[in-house]
Structures are given as structure tokens and as C-alpha cells.
Design a protein around this ligand. Structure first.
Ligand code: NAG
Ligand code: NAG
Ligand code: NAG
Ligand code: NAG
Length: 396
């Protein structure tokens, strides 16, 4: 441990010197560019931090902070996240209207800010996607669920290379939705990110109705930073996933328009007010949703994701993120495919059923909802032990 700290500290000092040297050189050659690209500089310093600074420097290091303004190593202009200020005021266009006044407060809130499309990035990792990636694992998470992220990193989110094919993982976060969580959890998240380098965070509140915001932010991020991603698995942080089964599935099902998951056809908007997914007529008045895949976990082609980004910009945001993607797919005329290995609504609906705990069942699955960290670890170990199953499940 101490040995390790020492080594890290040494490399930190070295790289700090390097930064100073670079800066002096920079100043000499091109003083005007020093403060130009704040966003990129922040990105650069994050990479810097991750590689080099010692943990005990982390919490209050002003020297490294300083370099955020100092480094500018942009030789060729990279495209970066271009939203750096929050410039969004409530849309008062319909506040006087009766239908609006009759809505529940959360829907009013949603509508008032629906036009605010993109927010600045608080934590970015442009380097994550700088090489060819076969499978990018993208996990929706919130700031307080660090234990889920921890378990995912040790199980299905583990970054690795299989036969030369790279698997990488990122977590998508907004900011703490409760005031009392903000200060402390943000510090912890920064530290977590410093250790693992797999957090993408944007400056919007992580609420249920902002999940679609998270979706479009990710799609935009992908379009900027990921030139060469074959496939994307996107899911929740409380699911069981089998990357091996996903890879096996992809071998036989490659395709430009791949979009596969637990797809619902002819789903109806829920009109019961006590339901989590309730949608008032004022927001959506058709009787059916387009086909969409449950947001718990689905798989899509990298190039399709980029087209989804373009398409998403043509639509107004819809409060349910997976339905919103279904709307985009409909415009693109891409049919999401239902696959039995995606169980985002549980293996069987009866929560107490033994099937939901049966490792032999999990062995053949791609995604299963819903497991908390301890259950996930346990199931992962069971499935990856010498399991003897009485009957083989051939779902793939
Ligand atoms: C915010 O947006 C308004 C209208 O879109 C624009 O006039 C204003 O200059 C913007 N302010 C900033 C700080 O970007
Ligand atoms: C409010 O209505 C005006 C006029 O129809 C329109 O130009 C403007 O974009 C609307 N504002 C928002 C935030 O949608
Ligand atoms: C989404 O996030 C924005 C920015 O933090 C916030 O202003 C808005 O209230 C949030 N929307 C909902 C519906 O929670
Ligand atoms: C699984 O079985 C193989 C061969 O049957 C054995 O070599 C291995 O040690 C076993 N692994 C575990 C975790 O029991």
C-alpha cells in the first residue's frame, strides 16, 4: 500500500514538472490559446489526475486545480462537449392554461423545463472511447448508489479484452436530487471517479423524469467521443448481465440496425395516477406506444446509436426514457427485436418464484432484472462456478 503510494507520488511529481514545462513552452509559443478551451482542459486534467496524482493530494490540491487553466495540448482540434453554461429559464408559454394548471406538479416541472436540452459536463472521459471498442457497457446510475457500481465493476461491468475485442464500461450520472446529498456525495463521486475513471456526469438533477435527458446526453456524448464502437449495451444498475452471452449473441447477429431487448409491442400509456409510469392525456393522447425495449437493459449497434442521436433532436423530450427511444426508432423505421434472454421485467412476474433465484436459469440469460448488490455478487459467483444443471437452457 505504502509502496504503491510512494510510486504514485513520484509519478505525480514528475508529471507536475512536465505540466509546468509544457505550460512554459505553451506560453512561449501561443499565449492566446491558454485559456481557450476550458472544457478540454478539464478533460485533460482529469486524465492527468487519474494517471498520476497521489490519493492524499486528491481532496484539496490547488496545484492540480491550477493546471485546469494551464494545460492546452490540443494539437488538432478535437470535438468536445460544447455546452458549458446552464442557460435555461422556465417556459412560461402555457402556465396560464387550464390543462397545465390541472397537471400534477412533477409534470408541470417537466413541461416548464422540457426545452432545456443539454447541460454542461461535470465529469468527462473523452479517452474512454479513443480506441476501437467492441462492446461499450453503459450503466444508468445515481450518485448515492456507489455500492451497485462497485459490484458491477467486479462482475458484469468488468473491463476486459476477449479475443482482441475490447469491452469498456461507463456510468451515467446527473447531480444529487436531494440538497442534503449534494455536497458529501459529490466529493465521494469525484473520488470514485478518480480511482476508476468510469464516471460520466452532467449538471442536471438526477430525477425520474430526467432519465430521458440522461439518454440524450449519452447519445450526444457517444456521437462526439466514440468513433469506433461496434455495440452498446445500456442498462440499469440493478440488473444481472452476462457479457459472455451478449458477445456470443453478437457473433451471430451483427447488423447496422441491431436493437434488441425486452421489447413491448402495443403497450398502452398508463392512465392510473398512482402508477410510476402514469402519463396524462395532455402529454400523450394516442392510445398506443410505438414498440420499445424495456430500459432495464438492451443492446444496440454503435452506428444506430448515432442515428438515434440525430433523430432524438427532432423530437420533444418524453418523460419515459425507453418509450422516448421507441419513438426515435419509429422515425428511423427500425424495428426493435424481442429476445427471450432479456428479462427486464423479471424472469417470472411472481417475485417469490424460485425461478428468480435459479442460477441455471441465469446461465442462459443476457439480462435479468432486478438484483441488488449482494444478490448480484452471489448469483454471479454461482453462475460462474461449476454449475451442474439438470436441463440445459438453450436460449441463445
Ligand atoms: C441564454 O439564451 C438566451 C436566449 O436563448 C440568449 O439570448 C443569451 O445570450 C444566453 N445567455 C448565455 C449566458 O449564454
Ligand atoms: C414560447 O412561444 C413562442 C411563440 O410561439 C416561441 O417562439 C417560443 O420558442 C416558445 N418558448 C419555448 C421555450 O418553447
Ligand atoms: C431536470 O434537471 C433540471 C436541471 O437540473 C432541473 O431544472 C429540472 O427541474 C429537472 N426536471 C425534472 C422533471 O426533475
Ligand atoms: C471446476 O471443475 C474443474 C474440472 O472439473 C476443476 O479443475 C476446477 O477446479 C473446478 N472449479 C471450481 C471453482 O470448483
Amino acid at each position: 500500500m505504502f509502496q504503491w503510494k510512494k510510486t504514485i507520488y513520484r509519478s505525480a511529481c514528475l508529471s507536475f514538472l512536465l505540466v509546468i514545462t509544457l505550460t512554459i513552452l505553451q506560453r512561449g509559443t501561443n499565449p492566446g490559446s491558454l485559456f481557450q478551451d476550458q472544457q478540454f482542459s478539464q478533460d485533460a486534467v482529469k486524465i492527468q489526475k487519474k494517471e498520476a496524482s497521489p490519493p492524499n493530494n486528491f481532496w484539496g490540491d490547488k496545484k492540480l486545480e491550477m493546471t485546469t487553466e494551464m494545460i492546452d495540448v490540443t494539437e488538432e482540434q478535437v470535438k468536445t462537449w460544447d455546452v458549458t453554461t446552464i442557460n435555461c429559464t422556465a417556459n412560461g408559454n402555457f402556465t396560464a392554461m387550464d390543462w397545465f394548471k390541472g397537471l400534477e406538479p412533477n409534470f408541470q416541472q417537466f413541461l416548464l423545463y422540457r426545452h432545456c436540452r443539454y447541460f454542461p459536463m461535470l465529469i468527462n472521459h473523452p479517452e474512454k472511447c479513443s480506441e476501437r471498442i467492441h462492446l461499450l457497457i453503459v450503466v444508468k446510475s445515481i450518485i448515492t448508489q456507489h455500492d451497485r457500481r462497485e459490484t458491477i465493476r467486479k462482475t458484469w461491468g468488468k473491463e476486459k479484452e476477449v479475443d482482441g475485442k475490447k469491452i469498456k464500461t461507463v456510468f451515467l450520472l446527473g447531480t444529487a436530487s436531494k440538497d442534503e446529498e449534494r455536497a458529501n456525495y459529490q466529493k465521494l463521486l469525484d473520488y470514485e471517479n478518480y480511482i476508476y475513471g468510469d464516471i460520466l456526469q452532467w449538471n442536471f438533477l438526477d430525477t425520474f423524469f430526467n432519465l430521458t435527458l440522461k439518454e440524450v446526453h449519452f447519445l450526444k456524448w457517444l456521437s462526439i467521443y466514440c468513433n469506433d464502437v461496434d455495440y452498446i449495451f445500456k442498462g440499469d444498475d440493478d440488473v444481472y448481465v452476462s457479457p459472455d452471452n451478449i458477445l456470443e449473441f453478437l457473433e451471430g447477429n451483427a447488423g447496422e440496425n441491431l436493437f434488441v431487448g425486452d421489447v413491448l409491442h402495443n403497450a398502452r400509456p398508463i392512465r392510473r395516477k398512482d402508477n410510476k409510469y402514469y402519463i396524462p392525456n395532455a402529454l400523450y393522447d394516442k392510445s398506443l406506444y410505438p414498440p420499445y425495449a424495456g430500459g432495464g437493459g438492451f443492446l444496440m449497434g454503435g452506428s444506430l446509436a448515432k442515428r438515434l442521436y440525430k433523430t432524438s433532436e427532432m423530437l420533444e423530450l418524453y418523460p419515459i426514457d425507453d418509450v422516448f427511444l421507441g419513438m426515435c426508432l419509429e422515425i428511423l423505421k427500425v424495428n426493435p427485436i424481442k429476445h427471450e434472454g432479456f428479462k427486464t421485467f423479471g424472469i417470472v412476474r411472481n417475485k417469490n418464484s424460485k425461478m428468480n433465484k435459479e442460477p441455471c436459469f441465469f446461465r442462459g440469460m443476457l439480462v435479468v432484472h432486478k438484483l441488488l448488490p449482494a444478490e448480484l455478487s452471489h448469483m454471479w459467483d454461482l453462475v460462474h462456478s461449476n454449475l451442474t444443471c439438470s436441463r440445459k437452457l438453450n436460449l441463445l
